[in-house]
Design a protein around this ligand. Sequence first.
Ligand SMILES: [Zn+2]
Length: 513
Amino acid sequence: MNPSKNTAESFLDDETIIEPRPVAFRFEAGKGDEHKATHGSIEAVLASAGFTPYQIRAIYYGNWLRDYSQLLDPKLVRAVDMPKNFPDVLSREALTQIVDVLAVREFTDLMQNDRENFKVTPERLGVYRPSEHLDNPKPANDKRSDPKSIDTDFEDGVAPDDASLQVDPETSMKRYLQQGLDFMTAQLNLARQAGPQSADGLRTLGSALHVLEDFFAHSNFVELSLKKVGHDDVLPWTSKADCKHALPLVTGTFGGTDIIASLAAPLGRILFSTDDKPFEATRPGVRYERDQIIQILLGEHPDPKWNDAHETFLSARDKWADLPFASKVEEIFNVIGAPGRIVGNAIGTAMQGLTTLFGNSVDDAQTVFGEDPNTSGSTDPSHSQLAKDHAEHPLHRLAALLAETAVLRVGQAMLGQWEQKFGVQDPAQIAAQYFTHPMDSNWQDALVREWAKDNPGLVMRATRKSELDNVHKKLQNSAEKALDRFKNESSNFLSKFSEIKSVKDVWNLITGK
Ligand SMILES: [Zn+2]
């Protein structure tokens, strides 16, 4: 996986190094702003390579799907032959549908013109596979689980002594990184063959770029690069191993915090939005995002009565559209004010279920804290110890700068191949050359030196464990806050239902009196 030094040097010697723009980046899914960049805004550099705005959106869609495929974790997915068991687990189909609802909101521009090619399907979304994010697949405990028994698309569970968890003495990199490189290469080859006219081609390019960006955000490449140019005190987040460069290139083991942050926030916006009026049926037959999410969740509940109650509510709402206002109010009262308030309870069941699901993930994430791989002899840091895809991390902008340089070069090569330009290198080959230990490549040295000179305070922060622990705590807190907000808003939302004791209450609710 590690190209020889000669190859790595030559591919930079005969090419001009592209100067990254002086913008801050953030790798999270989303649009980004002045202070934080996202997978989406990193790809905005593709505009300078000549990609059209449509192509960039379709590429970002592929990148975004990789992010959201992380929701389909073996802990959250129900096995095909297992009975319905919401809120403990959801079917792969249901989780995929939820991501599709989010995708329609995020990519309205693409969906309006080509719903079929951008619909989120189980095949396009996939499931969480550690290699697609370069995560260390080491199991959290010594028990070997068998994710493949849940769904054959999951990667095999890895035994604690598996060879893929070792450091390769020659490349000084963890061996499991090869799988991520293979995935990226396959996606780039698919994209090259499919061409720019194909939505699938653009999507698979985005998928590959996601891996390339994660290489800089999820490994200690940036830390080791800083050490290489003289910033010895920067923490490497690994102990020494028996390999050529002593300190190996490693990535983190995955924790669940990012999942909550990425799901609780957008779902909260859909479920608790105050923009729409849930009791007002203006367009019969229309199913709003909130209806869809609740339908998906209640369809997963072992007791069908909740789903039935919700369906009754929706079809009653369809009929209200044609009723004059006063009788509409009376009808609404008949349904949602019925004894037991079964609709309110059904919606409550869906929302409480989500809260449980999120709560489990936060608990899991907390268990990965503790060990200090800088001193413990371990080469297995946690994801949160290394992850630089949040703006809070002192090395976030440096990681983004390097990722952007790599994305631009791969993008230029892909466009060159598509346009059949003479002498353009294979994009997969270019991308693979970035998968090295920093001691075996030098394209980054000047960028890293320059950035460190301009940001001595940030470099200093990367030398102190307490500083970085604070970053992790902050992220943990924001995940917990997202969960709390979700809990509060769901009970506020439900109190709207429980306040309804009479037709007059419904009237007041609708008219805001
Ligand atoms: Zn990722």
